[in-house]
Design a protein around this ligand. Sequence first.
Ligand SMILES: *Cc1c(COP(=O)(O)O)cnc(C)c1O
Length: 368
Amino acid sequence: MPRPICATIHTAALRHNLARNRQAAPDAKVWAVVKANAYGHGIERVYEGLRGADGFALLDLDEAQRVRTLGWRGPILLLEGVFESRDLEWCSRLDLWHTVHCDEQIDMLAAHKTNAPHRVFLKMNSGMNRLGFTPERYRSAWTRLNALPQVDEISHMTHFSDADGQRGIGHQTAVFDEITRDLPGERSICNSAATLRHVNAVSASDWIRPGISLYGSAPDYPEHNAADWELLPAMTLASKIIATQALPAGDFVGYGSKFTAEQAIQIGVVACGYADGYPRVCPTGTPVLVAGVRTRLIGRVSMDMIMVDLSPLANQRLPVGIGSEVTLWGRASTGAVLGIDEVAHAANTLGYELMCALAARVPAQVMD
Ligand SMILES: *Cc1c(COP(=O)(O)O)cnc(C)c1O
């Protein structure tokens, strides 16, 4: 028998979350962001759930090729554009749209030989200071691009640093609007957080670019959780109990003896550890579902195992033992849900990182 850990990708949840984004931005087209192998879910595994999008946005030529192999004929956008001139050959061959964020990319385009001009998204650095032309340099970049025979339509994009938080997006939308106002072309500004939280930005977006919300994680946790935004988990990470131990008071659990039993306690050993992508930094108290019942992790996360407190099940006189279902995040077969954001929060990180870190050794299945 294989080790009992498994990730399940929920097609119906992906479809629902896509519809939720459309509801938030009824007039916009949707780039389903599937970079980083669809945030760890697997491009091939999410395709069925997300093929209702208007396009797929990603970073790697390899991932673009995979989306084409799945049969997608619509738009694909390279969010960081090309990394070297040769990549432009692939853009022509695979009919990819690409971001242009620096002069060097314009130089490469100017030297590229193609019969079919490329659709490009010119990127403004409106304050995040990661990629893009500064507002001062944006229009001259546009003019240069616009003069190239290699270039078809030019769209405008920028990315928000604080759509999920306090500072908001006002300072960035103001400069973006001012500089692009009288230029032709479509606009793309909203990530998940902006789509859900900032109605004004949505109405100024011909294309939204949701990533995390498609996968059922709240972009602004803990201010809101996934249920607040009516998002459903697209990934369940589940395993089973492979051993139990009955401890007397005063016993310790796991490496470093970080947990001490205050009283006699029944614990379960779960086939899931940091080598599966479960964060090693999750402390005692991190929520876990056993047979759909909420309980907690105890002691240190090891490479292949964690230990969990079975008291809440014992208290309810529920049968539990080797083979009992354990939900690390996502949906238990009882229907109970443990948000990936809660686990991420316990690990002092975000749902994004946990999804992306799902280890290759974890087998995955797709279900509706
Ligand atoms: C990753 C990414 C997104 C999606 O962001 P989410 O917060 O996951 O919705 C949108 N736009 C760009 C440029 C990105 O790199």
